[in-house]
Design a protein around this ligand. Structure first.
Ligand code: UDX
Length: 425
C-alpha cells in the first residue's frame, strides 16, 4: 500500500518507518523545510534511540521519501495518516488548527478514494470535523473514509512501542476503510478493537489520563509514606503485584511531564466540563502533579537550613524523562524556575538536551563542582552509573536530592551523602 504520513515528529516518523518495516511504500510530508531536509539526509531532527538507523535503512532501500509537496503527495497515496501536533490552547482544550489545515489540503487535492486516519491525539468528535473540513474543500464529491487510530508509543522507546503494541484501536464507520486498516495491521499479533471513531478518540484520552492518575496517586501516597517513614518503592512493588493494578506507572518522582499527559489530561477535563460532567478525579490528578515540584523544593530548602539564596544547586537532567531530548512540561524546568526564584545559583547538566543557557555545563563533574547539593531530575542511565565517591570530593556539601528515586539511600549514606529521595527509605 502507498502510505502518506503528514507531520514528521515522533509519531509521524515512527509510524512511517513502522509501515516501511511492514513492506509498504511511505511518504513523509511536512511543511517545515528544515525537518524535511534533515530527514532526507537520514538525520532525525529529534533524539529517539534506534530510529535513525531504521531511517537510514529505509532511505537507502527507497522505501521512504520526504517532501513538502502536499498536492503530489496526497494524490499519489492511498492511506493518509494525520500525525500533526495538537498543542494545548488557552482554555486547556486541544488546538486543532494544524489538523484542520491538513484536512483542508486533503479535500483540495484528493483525486480518488482515500482512507484518512487520525493518529494525532484529538478530542472526541474530531473525526466528524475532519470529514466536514475535507468535504467543504472538495470540488468533486470523491468518496473517502475517516478513521481514528490512536497511537500509544512513548518517547524514548518509540520504536519498541510501535513494533510491540498492546492493542490496535480502529474507529470508523466505513466498511472499506476498516478492511484496509485491518489488512495494514495484520502482521501484528496483538488484539485489535474495532469501534466507532468517537470511542477510539476517547480511548486515547482515557488511557493517558488513567496513567497520569496512577502517577499522581503514587506521588501523593509518597508524601504520606514520607511522613510515616515507609518506603514508597516497596509499596509500589507490593500493590503492583496485584494483577488488577499492575506494576507500571507507579514510580514516584517529581511528577509527570512531556508533550502528552499534561495536555491530554487537560483536554479531557475541558471536554468533561463543557459537557456538564466534570471529571473531579482528573482535576485532582493535575493539582497533585503541579504541587510535586513545590513539595520537592520545600524539602530541599528545609534540608539546607531554610534558605536557598546563593546556594549552589547542581541539576542533573533537563529532559522530562530519560532517552529523549524533549523538555516540554519537564518537572526539572519547573524546579529550576522555583530554585531561581529563591535566588539559588543553578548549574545544569543533561546528556542529550542542549538548553542553550549559560547555566548548562558539558560534564557532570563541571556541573557539581562547588555545589551545596545535587538534584537528580531525570532518570538517565548515565546518572545511575556515576562514581559518587569521586563526585562527592568535588562538592562543597554532600547533599543529594534524588527526584527520580534512582539511587539507594543506604549506598549513598555509606559514601557520606545526606540523601533524600521521594519517600524511598
Ligand atoms: C505517554 C504515554 O505513555 C504514551 O502511551 C502516549 O502515546 C504518549 O504519552 P510519554 O509522554 O512519551 O508517553 O512518556 P511516559 O513514559 O508515559 O512518561 C510520561 C511522564 O510520566 C514522564 O515525565 C515520566 O517521568 C513520568 N512517569 C512515568 C512517572 O513519573 N512515573 C511512572 O511510573 C511513569
Amino acid at each position: 500500500m502507498k502510505i502518506l504520513v503528514i507531520g514528521t515528529g515522533y509519531v509521524g516518523t515512527t509510524t512511517g518507518l513502522l509501515f516501511c518495516e511492514m513492506g509498504h511504500k511511505v511518504t513523509g510530508l511536512d511543511l517545515d523545510e528544515k525537518k524535511i531536509k534533515s530527514l532526507k539526509s537520514g538525520k532525525l531532527h529529534f533524539y529517539e534511540p534506534g530510529l535513525e538507523d531504521l531511517l537510514a535503512k529505509h532511505i537507502s532501500q527507497n522505501h521512504i521519501s520526504f517532501t513538502r509537496n502536499a498536492k503530489k503527495a496526497i494524490k499519489e497515496n492511498d492511506v493518509i495518516f494525520i500525525c500533526v501536533g495538537t498543542p494545548q490552547d488557552k482554555n486547556g482544550d486541544a488546538d486543532l488548527s494544524y489538523v484542520k489545515s491538513v484536512a483542508e489540503s486533503i479535500g483540495t487535492y484528493m483525486n480518488e478514494y482515500k482512507v484518512i486516519v487520525t493518529k494525532s491525539t484529538v478530542p472526541v468528535g474530531t473525526s466528524g470535523l475532519v470529514s466536514k473540513w475535507i468535504r467543504e474543500k472538495q470540488e468533486d464529491k470523491i468518496k473517502f473514509d475517516v478513521v481514528s487510530n490512536p497511537e500509544f508509543l512513548r518517547e524514548g522507546s518509540a520504536l519498541h512501542d510501535a513494533l510491540n503494541p498492546d492493542r490496535i484501536i480502529i474507529g470508523t464507520t466505513g466498511k472499506k476503510a476498516m478492511k484496509i486498516m485491518k489488512s495494514l495491521y495484520e502482521p501484528f499479533a496483538c488484539p485489535t478493537l474495532e469501534t466507532l471513531p468517537e470511542a477510539a478518540e476517547m480511548i486515547k484520552y482515557a488511557s493517558n489520563s488513567f496513567l497520569a492518575m496512577k502517577i499522581s496517586y503514587i506521588n501523593e501516597l509518597a508524601k504520606l509514606c514520607d511522613e510515616l517513614e515507609i518506603n514508597v518503592n516497596d509499596v509500589s512493588k507490593g500493590i503492583g503485584m496485584d494483577q488488577r493494578i499492575g506494576p507500571a506507572f507507579l514510580q514516584a518522582g517529581m511528577g509527570y511531564g512531556g508533550s502528552c499527559f499534561p495536555k491530554d489530561v487537560s483536554a479531557l477535563i475541558y471536554l468533561a466540563k463543557k459537557s456538564g460532567n466534570p471529571l473531579t478525579i482528573l482535576e485532582s490528578v493535575v493539582k497533585v502533579n503541579e504541587e510535586q515540584t513545590s513539595y520537592f523544593l520545600k524539602k530541599i530548602k528545609h534540608a539546607l537550613g531554610g534558605k536557598l539564596k546563593n546556594r549552589k544547586i547542581a541539576i542533573l537532567g533537563l529532559a522530562f524523562k530519560a532517552n529523549t531530548d524533549d523538555t516540554r512540561e519537564s518537572a526539572s524546568l519547573y524546579l529550576i524556575e522555583k530554585l531561581m526564584a529563591e535566588q539559588a545559583e543553578v548549574t545544569v547538566h543533561d546528556p542529550v538536551v542542549k538548553w542553550g543557557t549559560t547555566y548548562q555545563r558539558e560534564s557532570i563533574e563541571e556541573t557539581v563542582k562547588g555545589a551545596d547539593a545535587v538534584c537528580i531530575c531525570t532518570d538517565w542511565e548515565d546518572y545511575k552509573k556515576i562514581n559518587w565517591t569521586n563526585l562527592k570530593s568535588l562538592m562543597n556539601q554532600p547533599y543529594i536530592f534524588d527526584g527520580r528515586n534512582i539511587l539507594s539511600k543506604t549506598e549513598m549514606e555509606k559514601i557520606g551523602f545526606h540523601y533524600m529521595g521521594v519517600a524511598n527509605g
